[in-house]
Design a protein. Structure first.
Length: 211
């Protein structure tokens, strides 16, 4: 789902950078003076795990690539604001060091995977967990990545320099990541359930930070 350089018009890149910067700034403000050393370490641990999982990806026709994202996991384990910042660090390192996603498109990639996926996934989990925790985790992972992929499809589809139109990009990204989202939903459910049951102290962030 990483968008490379050359897929987006420059005005789209600028808009997505601006939106992402505003959300990152707000998230950092919400976390100011609320994190201690163990909590910062936890953010790094979760980010490292997601970083490794995201490196496994494959190209898809009419879009960019499909891979595990982990935004919902980050949002649920760390809270939406810390989860967002953790994903931002992952995506930035992938872009600058490994060339996974373009520099001009970094703002869009951050929006799709560190904002949409994280906040949507966390919101679904928080809203539905009172009814059924496992279902809420599954839907958080599935819908989070699916909406992030649709956002990427819209961004590249409205770009005049991309080879395919909006209908094609949204359809292809939606179908492929809808299927991948099913797998991501299962992984999210199993991973978070294991952590919360077996290692509850692994999630030490205070309630006000978690959202």
């Amino acid at each position: 789902m990483h968008i490379p350089d050359g897929f987006l018009d420059l005005w789209i890149c600028a808009v997505m950078y601006l939106i992402s910067a505003m959300v990152i700034g707000y998230s950092a403000k919400k976390l100011k003076d609320k994190l201690d050393a163990p909590q910062v370490s936890l953010i790094g641990i979760v980010g490292a795990g997601i970083f490794a999982a995201q490196m496994l990806n494959w190209p898809i026709p009419g879009g960019t690539s499909a891979h595990f994202v982990g935004g919902a996991i980050a949002g649920i384990l760390l809270g939406p604001y810390a989860g967002c910042l953790s994903m931002v660090s992952v995506l930035t390192i992938q872009c600058l060091v490994f060339g996974d996603g373009g520099i001009t498109a970094l703002g869009a990639n951050i929006f799709n995977m560190a904002i949409v996926d994280v906040f949507v996934g966390y919101g679904i989990f928080k809203a539905l967990r009172r009814y059924n925790q496992d279902v809420s985790l599954f839907l958080a992972g599935w819908i989070g990545i699916w909406l992030g992929a649709l956002a990427a499809g819209v961004e590249i589809g409205v770009s005049s320099i991309f080879a395919y139109g909006l209908m094609t990009t949204v359809l292809v990204m939606g179908i492929w990541h809808g299927a991948l989202g099913f797998i991501e939903g299962i992984i999210t459910m199993l991973a978070v359930r294991y952590v919360l049951i077996k290692q509850p102290d692994f999630v030490p962030l205070p309630k006000e930070v978690r959202g």
